[in-house]
Design a binder for this molecule. Structure first.
Ligand SMILES: C[S@@+](CC[C@H](N)C(=O)[O-])C[C@H]1O[C@@H](n2cnc3c(N)ncnc32)[C@H](O)[C@@H]1O
Length: 191
């Protein structure tokens, strides 16, 4: 089993297309990440890879999965730590996630999916993680008509109920009230 990954340095000057800092929720989860079973990670619907690049700066090799070819090609490569040493790699996986996540079963130590309507993908995520692997999920908020793509209250929690130990989970109801839609932040470990 690989040694636990220690945060090294988030290199904001790395020669990559950055579209912002990692989500504060994601950063916060990393305070509790220990003994990750593999340094292969995935950033699902990565966009321009703010989380993929963060993960690579910690030493992970990261599958950057998105249907936007320009984005994933812009971010694939190596990421260096504060000493200029290569810490991890990002590699492009072009895919339409509505068809599932095209990775091997039980290959990942960590999976992040942020701001993607991941409604039916949680069972797929579970299958991709090794026992002891971590999942960090964060939906978008309820701005405008976004609520239509958000889960119903309790839905993601139910999906994470079996096969995962829930470390953190929070739902926030969004408008319109009658829609029963919620934004979700979840952090869990595969059993
Ligand atoms: C709002 S961005 C989020 C990017 C990134 N996760 C972040 O937090 O910055 C949503 C991303 O989902 C991708 N996406 C949306 N639908 C997709 C699909 N069916 N298959 C693959 N990628 C998809 C888009 O290309 C876009 O890059």
């Amino acid at each position: 089993m690989p040694a636990p990954l220690r945060p090294l340095h988030y290199d904001m000057t790395a020669p990559k297309s950055l579209d912002g800092s990692p989500s504060p929720f994601v950063l916060n989860c990393f305070n509790s990440v220990r003994n990750v079973p593999s340094n292969l990670a995935a950033d699902v619907a990565c966009g321009y890879g703010r989380h993929a690049i963060f993960l690579a700066s910690l030493g992970y090799n990261v599958a950057c999965i998105d249907r936007d070819e320009d984005a994933i090609l812009a971010i694939s490569g190596s990421t260096r730590n504060a000493n200029g040493e290569v810490s991890g790699h990002t590699f492009a996986v072009r895919a339409d996630l509505s068809l599932g996540v095209p990775l091997k079963t039980a290959c990942l130590g960590l999976l992040i999916a942020v701001h993607y309507p991941m409604l039916d993908l949680v069972p797929n995520f579970e299958a991709l993680l090794m026992p002891g692997g971590y999942i960090i999920l964060e939906t978008f908020g309820g701005q405008g008509g976004n609520w239509r793509q958000l889960p119903k209250a309790g839905y993601i929690r139910t999906q994470l109920q079996f096969g995962f130990e829930l470390i953190r989970y929070a739902e926030r109801r969004v408008r319109p009230a009658g829609a029963n839609a919620v934004s979700v932040r979840g952090f869990a470990r595969r059993q």
